[in-house]
Design a protein around this ligand. Structure first.
Ligand code: FES
Length: 198
């Protein structure tokens, strides 16, 4: 087994061991894959994955697999977008400056995305590789602050991320969620894993 495959398997099993979020979260909008095992296509040197997001409605999330990793595509509502500037002071790295590799140039903006409403991110926590779960509902709830404005919670050690995948301060996760290379072929067709024309 190559180093890359070992790494993929480690992530897969860490995600499964840490909770059901990795798999369960994928069914919010459109059926995803039955397991986390990389498809033959993705296995082949990380081939790009094309995604149709025409059925994705505001507030929904679609999960696709790329290089054996879950990639989330979240269509954010205007209310969710409005929360982003409000939480900046509570974030560890609001401008995604700490680790530039995790945020491509075209996503280094206030939304961490090409189109404000469509957020694309790798659903793997930057701490130890668990998969965070959706916590889009706002307000008080278990494991979250009373003024929660929506985002993601990593069930393994409690790291929290806002609706742009930015990690909150004083959490175990050191970095924001990764924005993978991606680009649009048309309004509703995305390619994950290739951004030559982005
Ligand atoms: S793996 Fe996410 S907080 Fe530890």
């Amino acid at each position: 087994m190559s180093d890359q495959q070992v790494d993929q398997h480690r992530r897969i099993w860490t995600a499964i061991a840490c909770g059901t979020g990795a798999i369960g979260a994928g069914f919010t909008a459109v059926p995803f894959v039955a397991s986390f095992l990389p498809s033959e296509r993705a296995r082949a040197a990380g081939a790009p994955v094309e995604v149709d997001i025409s059925a994705l409605k505001p507030g929904e999330k679609l999960t696709v697999e790329w290089r054996g990793k879950p990639v989330w595509i979240v269509k954010r509502t205007p209310d969710q977008l409005a929360t982003l500037p409000k939480v900046e002071s509570q974030l560890a790295d609001p401008k995604s400056a700490r680790n530039a590799d995790l945020t491509p140039e075209y996503a280094r903006n206030e939304y961490r995305s090409i189109k404000p409403e469509v957020f694309v991110t790798v659903g793997i926590c930057s701490h130890l590789g668990c998969s965070p779960i959706d916590k889009f509902q706002t307000g008080a709830q278990p494991s979250l602050p009373d003024d929660w404005t929506g985002g993601f919670l990593c069930p393994c050690h409690g790291s929290t991320f806002d609706m742009a995948g930015r990690v909150y301060k004083n959490k175990p996760a050191p970095d924001n969620l990764e924005v993978p290379p991606h680009m649009y072929l048309s309004d509703n067709r995305l390619v994950i894993g290739d951004d030559k024309k982005a």
